[in-house]
Design a protein around this ligand. Structure first.
Ligand code: ATP
Length: 367
């Protein structure tokens, strides 16, 4: 199979556009890596450089530990799947799937056998004689997948392969694709701007912005502990609450987090206090997910913030409360999330989980 490593890879187009800016990224053997980011952030350019369709301006692209910058696309053992599927309309499904085998000179008999196997694995064995125009969107997507896997590539490159499908089918196919790819054990780089796709399909997610890699990690890591404020604001719905606070350590007995009009006092034996104590005297941004905050009665003792509920939003499976804590607006999952790591379990807390320190701000803290 295949490992991929991008080392200090930059792509500047002739018009001066810096599409990819010093990206370092490793894809392990058999890993499903999702490149996520808004339109124009450079995801497709990364993919095209790995495919050999675009040359990096600087840096190295390594395949299986070997420098591949000069390697022709056909020598990279790569199969690509695009959003428009790029099927040949005049060919049958069977001929479309078998096309890469025909190109590499495989005889008709073994070719047909291999096509039949692949089509059966994808559940499209009964439509081999049809033309693409006689298929549903989901079937066309499967044919495109079939054509990609038929030659047993070492690496799949997929560029928004589900974006032309309706949302129900997308959800169904994303489970199917990641299941199939994991079953085959083929390393995959999958480009999308859809975070639900990224978080549900990926082994690891790489988040890009304006050509720069912002964060790489498992879906749980990038969702729970985003590396930058940008990722915190980009991932998740509702977005992560971002609270600006000044940190003040009081004679090592408790830590005060001054949020402006209110302070949160964390006892020293609370691991959340220790997590921020080394920011003494600094202003920080704390990221707290809605599901980590829990509403309690106003007179609840302990480290509780007083908030004013502006409105409630009911979503069927959850209700969100939009709350003002002084000048800061936060979103709370009304029912409260499952107990999170590092929380103490004595229940009545306004802020059940402290969250994740995202950034140091300039300026001195005031107690
Ligand atoms: P999308 O999700 O819209 O496909 P993307 O994240 O895949 O976006 P890219 O297609 O990689 O982004 O483009 C990154 C940047 O490079 C964009 O600003 C784009 O306009 C620019 N770009 C892409 N191809 C070229 C080119 N051939 N010449 C000049 N600029 C280009």
């Amino acid at each position: 199979m295949t490992t991929v490593a991008l080392k200090d890879v930059t792509k500047v187009f002739p018009d001066g556009t810096v599409a990819v800016d010093n990206v370092n990224l490793d894809v392990a053997d058999g890993e499903f890596m999702v490149l996520l980011g808004p339109s124009g952030c450079g995801k497709s350019t990364v993919l095209r450089m790995v495919a050999g369709l675009e040359d990096p301006s600087s840096g190295a692209i390594m395949l299986d530990g070997v420098l591949a910058n000069q390697l022709a696309p056909r020598d990279r053992r790569i199969a690509m799947v695009f959003q428009d599927f790029a099927l040949y309309p005049h060919m049958t499904v069977g001929d479309n799937i078998g096309f890469p085998l025909r190109l590499s000179g495989v005889e008709p008999q073994p070719r047909q056998e291999r096509v039949a196997d692949v089509a059966a694995a994808l559940g499209i064995g009964d439509v081999l004689a049809r033309k693409p125009s006689q298929l549903s969107g989901g079937q066309r997507q499967r044919v495109a997948m079939g054509r990609a896997i038929v030659r047993r590539p070492g690496l799949f490159l997929m560029d928004e392969p589900l974006s032309n499908l309706d949302s129900g089918l997308r959800a169904e196919l994303r489970a199917e694709i990641s299941g199939l790819v994991h079953e085959l054990g083929v390393s995959t780089i999958y480009v999308t701007h859809d975070q639900a796709e990224a978080l549900t399909m990926a082994d690891r997610v790489a988040i890009m912005r304006k050509g720069v890699l912002q964060d790489v990690g498992t879906p749980t890591q990038v969702y729970g502990k985003p590396a930058t404020l940008y990722v915190a604001a980009f991932l998740g719905s509702p977005r992560m609450n971002l609270l600006e606070a000044s940190v003040y350590v009081h004679l090592d007995r408790y830590v005060q987090l001054n949020l402006g009009e209110q302070s949160l006092y964390l006892r020293w034996d609370d691991i959340r206090a220790r997590a921020v104590s080394h920011y003494h005297g600094e202003r920080i941004v704390v990221g707290v997910r809605a599901e980590a905050l829990m509403p309690v009665a106003p007179d609840t003792p302990g480290d509780v913030l007083q908030g004013r509920i502006r409105y409630l939003e009911h979503h069927g499976h959850e209700s969100l409360a939009f709350v003002d804590i002084g000048a800061t607006a936060v979103v709370i999952d009304e029912l409260g999330g499952a107990p999170a790591e590092g929380t103490d379990e004595n229940g009545n807390r306004g802020l059940r989980r402290f969250g994740h320190v995202l950034s140091r701000l300039s300026g001195r803290a005031t107690p």
